[in-house]
Design a protein around this ligand. Sequence first.
Ligand code: CA
Ligand code: CA
Length: 599
Amino acid sequence: MRHNGSSKGETRSSALWGKPSKGETRSSALWGKGGRGVALVLLVAVALGAPVAAGAGGSSHANVEAYLSPGLLEQAKENPNGTFDVIVQGSRGENTAEVATEVRTAREHDPGRGVGLRDRFSSLSAVAAQLTGRQILRLAGRSDIRAITSDAPVVLSGYSSKQRWPYVAGFHGVWDSPTAANAPTIAIVDSGIQAGRIDFGGRVVAQVNMTGLLPNSPGDGRGHGTFVAAVAAGEKLGRAGGSPRSKIVSIDVMDDNGMAMTRDVIAAADWILANKDLYNIRVANFSLHSASPASVFFDPLDRAVEKLWFNGVVVVAAAGNYGVGGSASGIPFAPGNDPFVLTVGAADINHSVRASDDFAAPWSAWGYTLDGFAKPELGAPGRYMVAAVPATSTLVLERPANVRPYNTMELSGTSFAAPVVAAAAAQVLARHPEWTPDQVKGALMVSAKDTPSATRGSLGVGMIDATRAAAVASPPNPNAALNQFVVPAGDGTGPMFDAASWANVAQSDASWASASWASASWANASWASASWANASWASASWANASWASASWANASWASASWANASWASASWADNAEAELGVGGELLDAAELLELGVSG
Ligand SMILES: [Ca+2]
Ligand SMILES: [Ca+2]
């Protein structure tokens, strides 16, 4: 079920939200436009035991004739000189002009701050006004005034968040679109999901247990996967995720301690491939990574996620939290080291909804893979996020200082940046279901917002923007140079990446890189600029910094240290950064108003 973002009041347009739907005001729906509607509402109100007139707000005030929004009477009494944005409705038989006269009269009797009349409505006898508490109390005593209700900002989409991150990532521009209902299913390969929460509205359509480790509680004993899923697709009022109408498939590969085995994650990818059509899975989120450095030559998990990619599933992977002090760490771990998939770094959004001051969280991994690919491709909010976590999960027990009300926690990590991008991918696919993962990746990258305050490359090409990505009509293909090495596997399993052929070319021909990945450099190009879109990836010189460098030839994937690692025993970190919260990145009062979020 969709939720209306407001519990009261009129619709209100704002610069960002555009105009309210014509005539579709909450108050008219609630109160009706004629006598019958009023009678119905009164019946409901009485049945619920709600105060209607004289008892409004539970007050014993003797001279209250009008209905007031809950709490408004008390607030007006406590703040007689304070100002309130309200909608004033006339009693039956009163027209809008008469209501306006009442408002003007109240202001003349009790002068004070406030702009007075703001708007007059034609479809109902009502005006919008900014009045003092004293003026409201006067009007409340008038028999020709039917109701005074708060002119609260309304989220037209029905989805909202009190956190900054969805607005940084541009979800407020797509939440409301009817097209968003076409968003595909997102597979969450993680610790499981507490599926029954209101955050998910019954949209968790499958839960698969792939965990070979114990203990592994039903649902989500760790808490990590529920949080990730809520960021990707939560719908709870006030804390919506990026694609709140996507269905969700939970594939549990992580035990209650946040550990997973390589084989189980590969099995999860297998399962997604086999069931993607059944559940319309087009996006898979991996907020985990291997503990063993690997080259794409040999890593079986890279093979597995590439298989998904070549079969139409956008794979999103967390970059990892092993960065130190903001310096380049390299990205040596699967699946984030795979050149096809989307790897995501975590941004600190720096107390504002604009991206220009964003920077990479100091622990957010970035740099080159052992094969010379620059990662991550994109940045997304990933610090001080607040989302759902089961009350009995081990994350709650381990980090009580991060627990927040309503069974939520405040957590940081690239784990929580990845599902932001997964949601944006779902929003793009809602509009372009025929697009390949390469096209989705191109749309997300070409539309990213510049992050000039971040170290170049630490957040890839910049901050994800779901609204801008959804508007891209013909995306560039960021994987074009690699696709010439995608060949039939010959074993009936479809296409595969011929890493050996690619490596031969890349090693023997330094110009290959500059000829294909082109002339734009991570370091210098403005990825968000229109010119970049035309120039395409092919103009990046970042290749020169990696492919041709000695570091590639000497890459440590040849070293004994990881060659000796046992794949089967590889453990997996859950990427949940253990730093303390700061109280969340919550919208302040001015931002709430500007963005039209119910306070
Ligand atoms: Ca689990
Ligand atoms: Ca910011």
